[in-house]
Design a protein around this ligand. Structure first.
Ligand SMILES: C[S@@+](CC[C@H](N)C(=O)[O-])C[C@H]1O[C@@H](n2cnc3c(N)ncnc32)[C@H](O)[C@@H]1O
Length: 221
């Protein structure tokens, strides 16, 4: 497993929320919650298969292409891409426990490359991937602008981006979760940050679940 912080900066201390992902029990139980997450957040039946299909359509074509699954956890998006014919998926997470489960669950899928790293310092060269997918992890990134810069750097020109996230609401639970380190952006704020960095973006929400897709645009300079 590669463990690289290429710019040699000291990584920032982990938030309490991020630290819970280091526990093996969180990794083992993660997919039980995840299977129900979008139905709970959107208020309608929203199975993983529907989410995967939407994600693949928005970042496609998938076959023969290279992707990065940022904050992969147990590798749900990574497996969905490999099953659809992606040639390689870099599965990046800061949690060794999550990556261990991701590697076990992906056994038999050639092409999964686990990366133990921070989303703020992706150990890949410029223009390395055709697409980047982020499922839920966006709410856990404490420095979103650094992550946006990194996504832009590792995407090829014209490369595609998919983000699924928990949208801002007035719920008191969100305020408590913010206190342990989660962030709940609103759609316009996230879309604005991405378009300022050079993405053409599209976004929508279903109650408390937000989706943003983007294309890396280059000016030809
Ligand atoms: C809510 S889970 C999302 C998992 C997965 N993408 C999905 O769709 O189910 C968030 C994951 O992001 C990881 N994570 C949080 N902050 C991170 C960071 N700054 N860099 C890398 N991984 C991070 C956590 O370890 C955790 O496994």
């Amino acid at each position: 497993m590669q463990q690289l912080f290429p710019d040699q900066r000291q990584p920032a201390p982990l938030t309490l929320a991020a630290r819970t992902n280091l526990w093996p029990l969180t990794a083992l139980g993660y997919e039980i919650w995840r299977k129900r997450a979008l139905s709970l957040l959107s208020g309608r039946y929203f199975p993983l298969e529907e989410e995967f299909e939407l994600m693949r359509q928005r970042v496609g074509p998938v076959e023969g292409r290279v992707f990065l699954d940022l904050g992969t956890s147990t590798g749900l998006y990574a497996r969905a891409l490999l099953e659809a014919g992606a040639s390689r998926v870099y599965a990046l997470d800061l949690s060794p426990a999550m990556l261990k489960v991701a590697v076990q669950k992906a056994s038999g899928h050639a092409g999964l490359v686990p990366l133990l790293a921070r989303a703020e310092a992706i150990p890949l060269p410029e223009a390395a991937v055709d697409g980047v997918v982020v499922g839920g992890s966006w709410n856990e990134f404490p420095y979103p602008q650094e992550v946006i810069n990194e996504i832009y750097r590792v995407l090829k020109p014209g490369g595609r981006l998919w983000i699924m996230f928990s949208h801002h609401s007035d719920s008191p639970l969100q305020r408590v979760l913010e206190w342990v380190g989660l962030r709940f952006p609103a759609l316009p704020e996230l879309m604005d940050s991405l378009s300022k960095r050079g993405f053409e973006v599209d976004g929508w929400r279903e109650r408390s679940v937000g989706f943003v897709t983007g294309t890396k645009v280059t000016t030809g300079e």
